[in-house]
Design a protein around this ligand. Structure first.
Ligand code: GLY
Ligand code: MN
Ligand code: MN
Length: 431
């Protein structure tokens, strides 16, 4: 985990935004049964992880501006721990997590009921089912009708303050995201070195993920996409059942997780190690669009600017290749790129791969600020069903990097992975 004071400062920052007489409740994630006694891999809730650094399921954080911070955790239980693993237990909460008071989850209802009479505002993330459940349960307990009504009408969505805080990364977060980016980048380099015709998409994914694990990442940040040929035109293709063919491109979208923080990189490479003419044409348009977009990721610029720069470059490229009709202004106004480019050019990145954050304020796009981490990921997808001239059909290309916005300009955290055609081909050749 990060240093304990990092989590304490985050709680303090949120508390500073809460009114007096308010109490916040944030629940951890719970385990999800896959079947019978087997669970899905556990992933902590990002908001809870952000505020505590604690990675056990079921816990509940309760805090407020005029309160000690309290964490309710699973009680120690030697018999259960033999089966399902070690538990921190309430007695070690303060020492290990730096949270003022540790309690057993078994005492949650009683302790919460004890705190409730002094509370006027109840804050919790409305999008967190488990936090909402706890609040509902507490308000279902014995209290007068008017008091229940009062509390019901003073529920506040904590998500907004969490979003605003999480969207600007601290120095510690920047460092951990540099690490997630570096490890993700090395995984992609390993895939470029190893890729060869006849491998399955899933085998290539295992190379990337093996590299992540060997570098110390316990988990992928999202399901790895390895999409050969036309499969690249399915944006979130996760089947990975096909073999890689020597005349095809393969798109790899993969990122690891470090301390919960995601890397998110896409590269598109020729399975054989050399781009064909049509593949090279499309690739260069996407790369040009990415370079244009990156140069618009500057403090003070609108968050739409880099997307608009990518759209313009992609549209110009499509016109030059006679895939759509110009002139460019008309093509942009009519969104003629849309059959070939149907997603945004970037999203916030952090504890969630599509991280929380606010893209608009008062219906206006926000301006980029130092400390935001945003992906830059233009692409072109010319499926077999599309109206593109036949040499281009079946080609899908995306190039994605992770970018820290700084006052000195965009810091491309993932630049270690080659992306010009020459560099990609050289790495594959020299492997
Ligand atoms: N890996 C998901 C995305 O790029 O948005
Ligand atoms: Mn992305
Ligand atoms: Mn991605």
């Amino acid at each position: 985990m990060l240093a304990l004071n990092v989590y304490a400062e985050r709680r303090s920052r949120i508390k500073a935004l809460m009114p007096e007489n308010s109490l916040a409740i944030v629940s951890a994630a719970r385990e999800v049964i896959r079947n019978r006694d087997a669970e899905y891999p556990f992933r902590q809730s990002s908001d809870f992880w952000y505020l505590t650094g604690f990675t056990e399921p079921d816990a509940v954080l309760v805090f407020g501006p005029s309160q000690p911070d309290r964490l309710f955790v699973r009680p120690k239980n030697i018999e259960k721990e033999v089966w399902t693993g070690r538990r921190l237990g309430p007695d070690r909460v303060k020492m290990k997590l730096g949270i003022d008071e540790g309690y057993s989850l078994e005492s949650f209802d009683a302790e919460f009921a004890r705190l409730l009479p002094d509370v006027f505002w109840l804050e919790y993330p409305f999008n967190c089912l488990y936090s909402a459940e706890l609040v509902d349960k507490a308000l279902g307990a014995q209290m007068s009708h008017s008091r229940r009504h009062e509390l019901l009408s003073h529920r506040v969505d904590l998500s907004r303050n969490l979003q605003l805080t999480r969207m600007i990364k601290s120095v510690e977060e920047m460092n951990v995201m540099r690490e997630a980016s570096r490890i993700s980048a090395r995984g992609h380099i390993e895939a470029m070195r190893t890729c060869e015709p006849g491998m399955t998409e899933d085998q290539l994914a295992s190379i990337v993920e093996h590299s992540f694990r060997m570098q110390g990442s316990p988990s992928v940040a999202y399901q790895t996409i390895v999409a050969g040929g036309e499969n690249a035109c399915i944006l979130h293709y996760i089947d990975r059942t096909d073999r890689l063919l020597s005349n095809d491109l393969v798109l790899i979208d993969a990122g690891c997780e470090i301390e919960g923080y995601a890397g998110d990189i896409t590269r598109t490479l020729p399975v054989s190690g050399a781009f064909s003419g049509a593949q090279a044409d499309i690739y260069d348009v996407v790369l040009g669009a990415q370079i244009d977009a990156l140069s618009d990721m500057q403090v003070g610029m609108s968050i739409r600017s880099f997307h608009e720069a990518a759209l313009r470059a992609l549209t110009n490229g499509l016109i030059d290749l006679n895939i759509i009709d110009g002139p460019v202004e008309e093509a942009l106004a009519e969104k003629r790129y849309r059959p070939y480019y149907m997603h945004g050019t970037g999203h916030f990145l952090g504890l969630d791969v599509h991280d929380v954050g606010i893209y608009e304020k008062n219906k206006e796009p926000i301006k980029l600020e130092a400390g935001m981490v945003i992906t830059c990921e233009p692409g072109l997808y010319l499926s077999n069903r599309s109206a593109a001239p036949s040499p281009f059909r079946g080609i899908g290309v995306r190039i994605e990097d992770d970018v820290l916005i700084t006052t000195a300009g965009p810091e491309v955290l993932t630049e270690e992975v080659p992306k010009t055609r020459t560099d990609v081909e050289a790495l594959m050749r020299d492997a």
